[in-house]
Design a protein around this ligand. Structure first.
Ligand code: SF4
Length: 399
């Protein structure tokens, strides 16, 4: 059972540019610089950050410890504006999904997953994605544009505010969302500048105060950007691996043709020098008949041993979506695969399917994208490729 709340229709128009400065676009340094520009002292930036990201306030009149003259300036020149939800869905298991309007007919998704000891928000970083992974519903939609910092941060700001309001929480230190993962729509490292600024706000003690271990960026394997992330905001890293050989990964993930596995593993080793955890999480979407045999499990073990990358595996049984032409793996094969990796000494989990009744499970995070890259046209080509892989792999089923 799910509960769906339509909020409004997506705006088909070009986004209206507001003449006001959106303060959700600034990290601490940016806010300090802006305050200096308008003739205010640097400590004002800290006060503002607390009001915006701790109290989740958007009305400057409520910011009572700010001088009246400063508040008047803020009302005239600035705003706190997050993307607005078009739809909200509530799953019977407590999962919540919001579809946010980001203008020009584009929408992105965020999903909140409550667990006993944590509340995780999965957010998007781009409207669409240009990486073209064969198994991904976002990739199928094409790419429109990078989200701004305020659109990335605004997903957390809005969701936390909504969840607190629902639970009657008034203490600003009583947070509902304890973990943030950038695993929604888009390849975060293709929007590095805005993502890094957003991460700094998430980690800022005056902002959301999340520890680096509780913020995870997921990448398909953009190695140069991984180095830059390590330098600027080394949060936990999840790498979408999905295959243990270049031959198969080339077919599933076009990024591998540019950055093959050896380069990716070397980038993981470099990242680990500064990472908040001493392992990389490898995400592995299990595609029925393609990469779910024990032979592939053994190849995975060989790969990470040879490359000496301490890691954990997270297995994600594929969720078919319209036009995917790929198959869900058999439960038995998933369990056997997981056992094999565990026996080899690698902590391996199978992702729990949450929010199934609202399409919030992995691989189903999508939205609405106006494709500017003609990716949708290339879908026909991809479908043909998927059919070939399936045919070739047909013989492997049952091993
Ligand atoms: S899996 Fe990630 S990187 Fe690949 S197409 Fe989907 S959103 Fe993009």
């Amino acid at each position: 059972m799910s509960d769906e709340t339509p909020v409004k229709q997506p705006s088909g128009d070009i986004r209206e540019e507001s003449p006001k400065v959106n303060l959700l676009d600034f990290d601490a340094d940016g806010l300090k610089a802006w305050c200096a520009e308008i003739g205010e002292k640097p400590f004002r930036a800290r006060q503002l950050t607390r009001w915006i990201h701790r109290h989740l306030a958007d009305n400057f009149e409520d910011m009572t410890d700010l001088a009246k003259t400063f508040r008047a300036k803020l009302i005239r020149m600035a705003e706190v504006r997050s993307p607005q939800p078009i739809h909200e869905k509530k799953s019977a298991d407590g999962t919540r999904k919001w579809l946010f309007d980001v203008g020009s007919g584009n929408a992105v998704e965020s999903v909140f997953i409550p667990e006993d000891d944590r509340g995780t928000l999965c957010i998007s970083s781009q409207a669409g994605c240009a990486m073209g992974c064969l198994f991904c519903s976002t990739g199928k939609q094409g790419f429109n544009r990078n989200l701004t910092t305020s659109e990335i941060v605004g997903q957390l700001w809005w969701a936390e505010r909504e969840l607190r309001r629902d639970r009657g929480i008034t203490d600003p230190n009583d947070r509902v969302i304890s973990n943030v993962v950038l695993m929604g729509m888009g390849e975060p490292l293709q929007n590095l500048e805005n993502v890094i600024r957003a991460l700094k706000i998430f980690l800022d003690d005056d902002g959301y105060g999340l520890s680096r271990r509780r913020v995870t960026v997921s990448t398909s394997g953009l190695v140069r950007q991984m180095d830059k992330l390590a330098e600027a905001a080394p949060v936990a890293l999840a790498v979408s691996l999905h295959a243990a050989t270049d031959e198969l990964r080339d077919k599933l993930m076009p990024v591998n043709r540019k950055h093959p596995l050896a380069d990716l593993m070397a980038a993981c080793r470099r990242y680990l020098r500064v990472a908040p955890r001493d392992f990389i999480t490898f995400e592995y979407v299990m595609l029925g008949g393609i990469n779910d045999s024990l032979r592939e499990a053994d190849e995975l073990v060989k790969l990470v041993r040879r490359e000496e990358v301490p890691c954990k595996f997270n297995l994600i049984p594929f969720n078919p979506f319209p036009q995917s032409d790929l198959e869900k793996p058999d439960r038995e094969r998933v369990l056997a695969f997981c056992r094999r990796l565990n026996e080899a000494g690698y902590v391996t989990t199978i992702r729990k399917t949450r929010g199934d009744d609202i399409d919030a499970a992995c691989g189903q995070l999508a939205g609405e994208v106006r494709d500017r890259t003609r990716r949708a046209e290339r879908l026909i080509q991809q479908k043909a490729e998927a059919a070939v892989i399936l045919q070739k792999s047909g013989a492997k089923r049952g091993n």
